[in-house]
Ligand binder design. Structure first.
Ligand SMILES: *Cc1c(COP(=O)(O)O)cnc(C)c1O
Length: 371
């Protein structure tokens, strides 16, 4: 057996995306104890920086020590009690996973369905809220990575609040990639990931809970069924104050990476970061359309950081993707579910959202398609 040396790729799929060299360097720094005063200082800075990234003042803002899916489970495990009615919007893979969480934690899911590739229809959410006066939560995906569609989080949250519901929102792909305002939009529980638009490696899930969400959590009639994800316990380690107790061993070096990526986010400025994703999307879009390639999602609902396009007729999906990977070291994403074999998902996320990547993807696709 020998050391593992991965090839150097350009990652332009649905995640993970390119990790910034500064983040990789930060992760190579010496491991210290998860209760070391220096580490605790870094944890506090990370929490503050995540508030900045989420645009929230929520005290309970922290990174869960596991990937985006664990952030999702944290939200549902803590907020859904047996018998709770939860309206869940499904317009792709990740909405379906939310539904799965609701039923597994004993909730009753009321599904609002939209076609893959389309945004959640706000009027359908309103109808569901009117028909289900006893609903407690509305859950939806802000940025559907399986299709590249973006939903109107502000409008859905406003409606949910009018009907006294909390909101759980998946922003794994939107955080730091496109406009996201937790407090202004009224998001009560949110989860994200580090490997999409934060330029950090996978394995961490930033979350944030509003006062109203914490109120529901602390007034539960039944204990949270997950031990690891029970925020009442997790906050003994991640919470404020000098007295931090061991809950689990934090992924120390991965957190150095997240910390560095947040330092970089603050250096660039959140709005500038959103803008960079948009600019690169515009260039990629012009280039692809110039080649006759068409987008799946309506222009107004398109995510800049995830470009889903129809594979041109007669083109072998798998052959193109493997040529891109083997000959250009370029990874783009395949379609999922109903869209498998029909679309490509080209990510422009985090450090991957750069001009040279747009050029590479355009030139490589042009060569491979004309060959
Ligand atoms: C990637 C992704 C997830 C899951 O994140 P993991 O880190 O793979 O667990 C959840 N929701 C959306 C919208 C995603 O894009």
């Amino acid at each position: 057996m020998q050391s593992f040396n991965p090839p150097v790729r350009t990652l332009m799929g649905p995640g993970p995306s390119d990790v910034h060299p500064r983040v990789l360097q930060a992760m190579a720094r010496p491991t210290i104890g998860h209760l070391d005063p220096f580490f605790i200082e870094m944890m506090d800075q990370t929490k503050e920086a995540l508030k900045y990234a989420f645009k929230t003042e929520n005290e309970l803002t922290m990174p869960v020590s596991a990937p985006g899916s664990a952030g999702m489970e944290t939200c549902f495990a803590n907020l859904v009690e047996p018998g709770d009615k939860v309206i869940v919007c499904i317009n792709g893979v990740f909405g379906n996973r939310m539904k799965e969480n609701i039923t597994r934690f004993g909730g009753e899911a009321v599904v609002v369905e939209d076609k893959w590739g389309e945004a959640v229809t706000v009027e359908k959410v309103e109808q569901a809220l009117k028909e289900n006066g006893d609903a407690k939560i509305v859950a939806f995906v802000h940025a559907e990575t399986s299709t590249g569609a973006q939903s109107d989080a502000k409008a859905i949250c406003a409606l949910a609040h009018q009907h006294s519901c909390l909101t759980i929102v998946d922003t794994v792909t939107s955080l730091a990639g496109s406009e996201l305002r937790v407090d202004e939009w009224g998001i009560d529980a949110i989860y994200s990931g580090t490997q999409k638009c934060l330029s950090a490696p996978p394995g961490i899930s930033p979350i944030s809970f509003s006062e109203a969400a914490i109120h529901k959590l602390t007034n539960r009639k039944t204990p949270v069924t997950s031990w690891f994800l029970d925020l009442n316990l997790v906050m003994g380690y991640w919470g404020k104050g000098a007295k931090r107790a061991y809950h689990h061993t934090a992924p120390v070096n991965t957190l150095y990476g997240l910390h560095e990526s947040l330092v970089m986010l603050m250096e660039e400025g959140l709005e500038n970061t959103w803008d960079r994703h948009k600019q690169n999307h515009e260039t990629l879009k012009a280039n692809l359309e110039g080649m006759g390639i068409k987008f799946v999602v309506n222009e107004q609902d398109r995510l800049p950081q995830l470009n889903t396009v129809w594979i041109p007729d007669g083109v072998d999906d798998a052959a193109v993707r493997s040529t891109l990977l083997n000959e250009y070291n370029l990874e783009i994403g395949a379609g999922l579910g109903d869209l498998a074999g029909k679309v490509w998902r080209i990510g422009l996320m985090g450090y991957s959202a750069r001009k040279e990547n747009v050029l590479l993807a355009t030139a490589a696709l042009k060569e491979v398609l004309s060959a």
